[in-house]
Design a binder for this molecule. Structure first.
Ligand code: NDP
Length: 323
């Protein structure tokens, strides 16, 4: 019997119940995967809480996982039983085994352990599209990243350094500041103690930033816009502090700024995009340019505790659930 964290209504971490679930045999184009590691992401919180739309009926959160193919359905020739694989899908990963569309699976290089794969499929592919597509970062650019000690934040800092950009980060508290400084950031501002926008102006001697990657939202967006130089790009890719509600297009008039609000799933929907972006991510991991080296593990059954810690700003790097 397979086990899963099942939510039957939107709510706090406690709505996820450790439950027995049926797993069907894979149909045409599908593969059955036995999970070995499952990533925890803020998007799981948005889904569980009801901030993002729910599927019909019950919901199993979880958007990234690694595992081993146990069986494939008719017509599948991209993966075989025994292959080590990983995937990113909107929800459904907090379970021991799962049937997924085979064209969503990428095979894992030997050098990438399952816990690393399960902590970078969503967060690392996000870092990849943010720096290549939301704003194509150039060597010499100065870029601001909020929540720099978080899961996406630690990957982004290293990636930006590898491109040759100057990454300035923000983080909540001295321990997080110190951690982010070890992951590619040239400067990290404790934005719980210091007003970050004047500090960015000081650090850049008034030159400001080509782009801001803002996943905090409500508490930071105004300051983020103030950190952009002429023609700068405001990338809002999340809202860990709450939704941005009173943004007006005319807020972009100072300096002819641009803004976008991207979602990973659009950038990996086409199979060739998934493969191309995953190949870039895996190559950077294998070269050591980007390390997923701050990974806390917990038993899958403790997903509720993992959510409470993430929402309570008590985590750094990533958390991986082990079935
Ligand atoms: P993080 O590990 O970054 O955790 C969120 C962090 O946000 C916290 O650790 C905290 O860091 C900061 N934060 C600031 N204010 C608050 C608050 N009021 N409550 C809680 N946290 C707060 O999470 P992830 O790496 O999983 O995700 C980072 C962000 O990226 C999320 O907003 C997520 O939704 C977004 N995302 C978006 C994607 C997309 O394609 N659009 C894809 C993947 C992720 P500190 O204490 O340092 O402030």
């Amino acid at each position: 019997m397979d086990m899963a964290l099942v939510a039957r209504r939107p709510g706090g971490p406690e709505v996820m119940e450790w439950s027995a679930v049926e797993t069907a045999a894979p149909g045409p184009g599908e593969a059955l995967v036995r999970h070995t590691a499952i990533g925890v992401n803020f998007i799981d919180v948005y889904h569980r809480s009801g901030l993002y739309p729910w599927p019909e009926g019950r919901m199993i959160p979880g958007a990234e996982a690694a595992g081993v193919v146990e069986a494939v359905g008719p017509g599948v020739d991209t993966v075989r039983p025994g292959d080590r694989v990983a995937y990113v899908l909107k929800f459904g990963a907090y379970r021991t085994r799962r049937v997924v569309p085979a064209d969503r699976l990428v095979r894992l290089p030997d050098a990438i352990p399952d816990t690393v794969a399960a902590s970078v499929m969503l967060k690392g592919l996000t870092a990849q599209y943010l720096v290549t597509s939301s704003y194509a970062v150039q060597p010499g650019d100065t870029v601001l990243v909020h929540a720099a000690a978080g899961g996406v934040g630690l990957l982004l800092g290293q990636w930006l350094r590898a491109i040759g950009a100057r990454a300035i980060g923000t983080a909540g508290g001295p321990a997080k500041v110190a951690l982010a400084l070890q992951h590619g950031y040239s400067d990290v501002i404790d934005y719980t103690a210091t007003d970050f926008a004047p500090e960015v102006a000081r650090l850049t001697r008034g030159a400001l930033c080509a782009a801001v990657y803002d996943s905090v939202g409500r508490d930071t967006w105004r300051g983020s816009l103030a950190c952009l130089k002429r023609f700068g790009m405001f990338v809002n890719f999340g809202q860990s502090s709450g939704m941005i509600e009173d943004f007006k297009l005319s807020d972009l008039a100072r300096g002819s700024l641009s803004a976008n609000r991207p979602m990973l799933f659009d950038y990996v929907d086409a199979r060739e995009d998934l493969e191309r972006r995953a190949a870039d991510l895996f190559a950077r991991l294998e070269r050591g340019e980007v390390r997923a080296d701050v990974v806390a593990t917990r038993p899958l059954s403790e997903a509720a505790e993992a959510h409470a810690a993430l929402e309570g700003r008590r985590t750094t790097g990533t958390t991986v659930l082990i079935p």
